[in-house]
Every structure is written in C-alpha cells, then in structure tokens.
Design a protein around this ligand. Structure first.
Ligand code: C2E
Ligand code: MG
Ligand code: MG
Length: 637
C-alpha cells in the first residue's frame, strides 16, 4: 500500500509557487527558466506519482497498456526531475555545457539511458513490469537510485568547483543546502520506498532555491521597481554572446541636487514614478536601475531604441507628479554600439556606465554613443587592474632605478625609484597605465609602500653608497601623503632595514600641496624622522611659487615637458626661475634629458642634477648595479 498523505500538501505548495512565479515580473534568465521548468516537472512528477500509485493498487480495474503508461510516465518525469535539478545547479554557477561539449554529452548519457530503460520496460522489464498480480519493480530498479545519486554528486562537484561564480557566499551554502536536501530525500526514498516522501524533500529544495535565488524581489530595485544591478549583471552575462542586443541608458543630471533640495523621500517617489512609467510604457525593453539616478535599458533586435529615447526625452520635459511630489528632472542619454561581442559582462557594464557618466558631465542633449574603442579601453583597464591586484597581493611590484647625474661632474649621485608591474605573460605594464588606476582605487598607497620598502632593502644589501650614490628618490602620491601615520610607518620600515633615512628623498607633486596646513604638518613629521623632500614635476599644471617658498624642499625637479619646451625654444623665464629657486636655497634637477645638447643647455642655466634617457632609462636592480659600477670605474672628467 502506498501512503499518499505527504504528497497532497506538496502539490498545494507547488500550485502556490507556480501562481506566484507566473505573475511576478521576471527576467528571462537561464536560471529562472530552468526553475520554471523545475516547477512544471515537479507538478508532473507528483501527479503521475499519485496516478501510478493509485492504478497500481487498483490494477484489476485498468488495462495493462494503461498501467504501463501511468507507471512509465511517472518514471520518465522522475528521471527528468533529477536531471532538471542538476541543470538548475549548472545555471546558477553560470556553467554552460556548450563550452565543454564532451563533458556535456557524458553528463547527459545517464539521463538518456534512463529514458531508454523506462520506455523499453514493457519488453525488457528493466525498470518495472506489469504482471498478472500487478506492478513489479524491474531487475534494474536500482539504476533509478544510481542515477539520482549520480546527478546529486555531479551537482555538489559543480557547486564546489565553481564556487567563485557565486556572487555571494550565502548562495554557495544555499546550493549545497538544496542538493543536500535532495540527497536526504533520495536516501529516505531508497530505505522506505512505499512512503511517497521524496516529493516533500524536492519541494523543500525548491523552497531553498526560491528563497535564495528565485524570489523576484532579489532582482528588483526596491525604489524604482525596475530590475536592479544584480539582474543587470546576470542578464548581460547571458546575452552578451547573442548578437543584436541594444544597450542604452539615461542618467538624471540633477539627481544629487534634487535629493538635497527636496529630500530623499521625494527623490525616491520620483524614481518610483519613473519606474512605473517605464514598465507600463515600453514592453519591448528591460529596464534596470543602477544607482544615483542611472537607468540602463536593454532591448533586442525588435526594440526601437531611438523611439524609446525620444519618448523619454519628451516625457522628461514634463514634471513627475504624484499627490505629494512634483519633480522636474533633467536627463542625459548614452548608448553602446556592439560590433565585437567578445567582451565580458563587466566590460559592457562598465563601458555603459562610463559613457553615461561622460554624458552627464558634458550635459549634452545628444545621446553619447560608446564605441568599440571605449570598450577596448575599459577592457585594458580591467586587465591592468587585475595585474595590479596580483602584484600587490603577492608583493610583486618591482622597483626600477633611474640614475640622477650631478651636472658639474657628470657622475651618478642619486637615483629615482620607479614602480613596474608585469602582466600574466611577463610583459611590463608602465606606470602611465597603472598609476592613474591605482590612484583612483586607492591602491597607490600600497604601491608606494612596497616601492619604499624595496628601496630600503636595496640600499641595505647593495653597496651602492660606496660607489657614490648619496640618495634615492621615492615618489609619494597625493593620496598616500594624506595618511596620518605615514611618518611612523616609513620610519619603522627604515629602522627594520637599519638604514639612514637621510638616504631617502621623498618626491611629492604640487597636487599634494592643496591643503597647506596639513601638508606642512606631514612634511614636519617626516622631516623629524630624518626624511628630506623634493618637489616633483614642477611646471606641470598649476604652480604657485609663494607656496613653494614656504616649504622645506631640498630640491625642485623641473618637469620634462618644461625642459623639452625650453630646449626647443629657449626663453628668459626658465633661467630666471632656476636662478630664483637657487636663491631660495633649493637645488634644481632637470628631468627628461634625452640628448647631450639638452644636458649642456640645462647645465648652463644652472641645473644641479640631470635625469633622463640620455644617461639611462629606469633599470631593474641588477642592471642598475652594473651600470653604476661601470660608470664609477670611469675616470672623472
Ligand atoms: P615621475 O616621478 O616624474 O618619474 C619620471 C618619469 O619620467 C618616469 O616615468 C621616467 O621613466 C620618465 N623619464 C625619465 N627620463 C625620461 C626621458 O628622458 N624621456 C622620457 N620620455 N621619459 C623619461 P615612469 O617610470 O613611467 O613613471 C611615470 C610616473 O609614474 C612617475 O613620474 C610618477 O609620477 C609615477 N610613479 C612611478 N613610480 C611610482 C611610485 O612608486 N609611486 C608613485 N606614487 N608614483 C610613481
Ligand atoms: Mg618622480
Ligand atoms: Mg617627475
């Protein structure tokens, strides 16, 4: 006798699930479609389970073909469900079996075998048979459990191997959780085959899936009531291989101001009104809310994006009104033209946000279009960012040294430490590429610190001081210069290596001098610890002589652009300036010396030190040591 008691509540729970799922807004994500299929399959399993159990008990009243049909359908849906749970696991880890065709075929074999065994059962009696005394398990019935366990084990393996694809740690545990629930259900089914309890465990697994992955609220922005950034990422990830998608967006230009003037609640009401308008008005596109007034629109081949943009432009000329709100909002538009689809979702996403940002800054009334070049530059940024993170994490930021020459003797008296990182293939990435990124994301301080420590280590273990090197310049970025315990930190590093802080000159640029009081305080604390200061890149951008006058620099470095322009077209200004600096007590270094002529010109106007490719490029440690040794052994001119 079969026990139906647990099946009926499962069926009711399933019906509630299905109706919820059908009526709430959903994106056509692979995982959501897979979940919907799972719900349908579960419904069919439960129904055919009830039907087959009933007809098996009353087998005398049914024809043999019908008994085969009822039981066969149940087994087919039962097998399909196992496969569907495994397939769902693959979708949430963004695994596409298309990418691994041979593994894909192998993983499908058990399922197709189960179909073949079930369909052939009336003749082979493999899974079940109908005899004179009714239903009987077939001689391969244990294959059923083998298949269920096989797909559960494969699912566990997928979850573990692809755990980095989960956006949240909780998703990893949820995936382990629902597969574990299925495992328990399958074990109980094996031990007590007449209790139809496995459906209950499958429903439990679906509840876990629903709560962790499929609840539509997870994908909807709670203010604008359009899809959120999580859905945007998942969606772009899935569609970016499919041609003919159109990407656009708009940004509320006066978002911050409106929020400040009318309050957050009013602005949120505005977002809600916009979201409602978008959902109601445009059925052929998906809308996503990012943050701070940025909306993204994705359409397919059939979407007329230009019309949508035109209509939105018109709509935004009117206020957004509700009983207690009336907001006038300005918007700027941007779109992304996709010619080459070999970019990752993140690159699409970041490029679109970049171009939206740009259109907001320019506040143009045109729709800015991001090109393939924009995508390429974002891709390069991502590439550099990865190399940078890897270098920082593994202490792989390398220090190169560029010699600094005393103009009067042409001897090397110092050097500048310059950072270098490598990409995966061992190619150098130069500071021009990674410093701006590092400055933006704050990594610049870590780079500076690694270069500083490596310079101290170099001074300690090489005997360059005995070969005439009196100091090494290390760059301090403006961000790093703001760190309050910088003096203590750097002082503890020089102490660790047991070197004299006088051997290190810290280069700062005028950008670091915007807040004069805190700058002086920082310079004073570092001076007290024994470090000296050099002003780098003088003449690049805005310079303020009075401010410089009050700062305790020992040296001013003229920016190479300034040096080049003077050497090409001499004037009175630079010599006067060099003279003035020397009057103030600063020595002067000319950067970017590329020819003997430039060296002579800059020496003649009074520069004390020269640095540039004419002498040497920045060199890796070993090359630098050999260079210094060779130069040191030459007789003084
Ligand atoms: P910088 O501090 O002004 O460094 C001088 C730059 O000029 C170096 O570029 C150097 O290789 C280059 N250079 C020197 N002589 C010549 C020449 O004759 N011709 C030409 N065309 N270039 C010359 P690099 O190493 O690419 O560094 C660029 C900038 O990146 C540096 O400018 C500095 O602002 C920054 N940087 C480099 N390393 C660090 C670091 O460790 N920390 C910080 N905060 N910034 C760094
Ligand atoms: Mg420098
Ligand atoms: Mg410089």
């Amino acid at each position: 006798m079969y026990d139906f008691r647990s099946v009926l509540p499962s069926l009711l729970v399933l019906i509630i699930f299905l109706s919820y799922y059908i009526f709430l807004p959903r994106l056509p994500l692979r995982r959501s479609i897979a979940f919907f299929d799972l719900l349908l399959i579960e419904g069919l399993v439960i129904s055919t389970d009830i039907l087959s159990s009933y007809v098996d008990m009353e087998y005398n009243n049914f024809s043999v073909p019908f008994l085969y049909f009822a039981n066969g359908s149940f087994y087919i849906f039962f097998f399909l469900r196992s496969f569907a749970f495994y397939y769902y696991t693959a979708t949430i880890t963004q695994l596409r079996l298309k990418d691994y065709p041979s593994i894909g075929i192998l993983l499908r074999i058990p399922f197709f075998l189960s179909l073949a065994l079930t369909i052939s059962s009336p003749w082979s009696k493999a899974i079940f048979s109908i005899e004179d005394d009714g239903f009987h398990h077939g001689f391969l019935i244990d294959y059923l459990y083998a298949m269920v366990f096989f797909y559960i084990i494969v699912s566990f393996a997928i979850v573990i191997y692809r755990r980095s694809y989960f956006l949240r740690t909780s998703s990893f545990f949820a995936s382990m959780g629902f597969n574990f629930t299925l495992l328990v259900g399958a074990i109980i089914r094996k031990v007590f085959p007449t209790y139809l309890i496995m459906d209950t465990f499958c429903i439990l697994a679906m509840i876990i899936i629903y709560l962790s992955f499929e609840n539509p609220d997870i994908y909807i922005d709670q203010r604008a009531y359009v899809f959120n950034t999580l859905s945007l990422r998942l969606y772009i990830n899935e569609i970016n291989r499919i041609k003919d998608h159109k990407y656009s967006g708009f940004i509320i230009h006066n978002y911050e101001d409106t929020r400040k003037i009318y309050g957050a609640k009013q602005m949120d009401n505005g977002l809600r009104l916009i979201g409602r308008y978008l959902n109601k008005k445009f059925k052929r596109a998906f809308f996503f809310y990012n943050r701070n007034g940025r909306f993204i629109i994705i359409g397919n081949r059939l979407t007329n994006m230009d019309t949508i943009i035109e209509k939105l432009r018109e709509r935004f000329k009117e206020p957004w009104k509700s009983t207690d709100t009336e907001l006038y909002l300005d918007v700027n538009f941007a779109s992304l033209q996709v010619e080459n689809e070999d970019y990752s979702a993140d690159i699409f996403f970041n490029t679109l946000l970049n171009v939206l940002e740009k259109s907001d800054k320019q506040n143009t009334h045109e729709c800015l279009v991001a090109s393939d070049d924009d995508l390429k530059s974002v891709e390069k940024d991502v590439f550099v960012k990865k190399a940078l993170e890897n270098a920082l994490e593994n202490n792989l930021v390398e220090v190169y040294f560029q010699p600094i020459i005393q103009a009067s003797t042409s001897r090397i008296v110092g050097a500048e430490a310059l950072a270098r990182i490598y990409d995966e293939d061992g190619y150098i990435i130069t500071p021009n590429d990674f410093i701006p990124i590092a400055e933006k994301n704050g990594n610049i301080s870590n780079i500076g610190r690694q270069i500083f420590a490596k310079t101290c280590e170099f001074i300690k273990y090489s005997n360059i001081t005995s070969m005439g090197i009196n100091w090494i310049n290390v760059n301090l970025s403006p961000t790093q210069f703001l760190i309050t315990d910088l003096a203590d930190d750097y002082s503890s590093i020089v102490k660790k290596y047991g070197i004299n802080p006088n051997l290190i000159h810290l280069e700062i640029t005028e950008e670091s001098m915007t807040d004069v009081t805190s700058m002086k305080k920082q310079i004073r604390s570092l001076n007290e610890k024994g470090f000296n200061f050099v002003l780098d890149d003088y003449g690049k951008g805005y310079s303020n002589l009075t401010r410089i006058k009050t700062c305790p620099f020992i040296n001013i470095k003229l920016d190479m652009e300034l040096v080049w322009s003077y050497c090409n077209d001499p004037d009175e200004i630079i010599p006067t300036m060099v003279h003035a600096f020397k009057e103030m007590g600063f020595s002067v270094t000319a950067e970017g010396i590329e020819t003997g002529h430039m060296a002579d010109v800059m020496k003649d106007i009074g520069c004390d030190f020269l640095q540039g490719h004419y002498y040497s490029k920045a060199l890796p440690i070993d090359d630098f040591i050999s260079y210094v040794a060779t130069e040191f052994s030459k007789p003084v001119k």
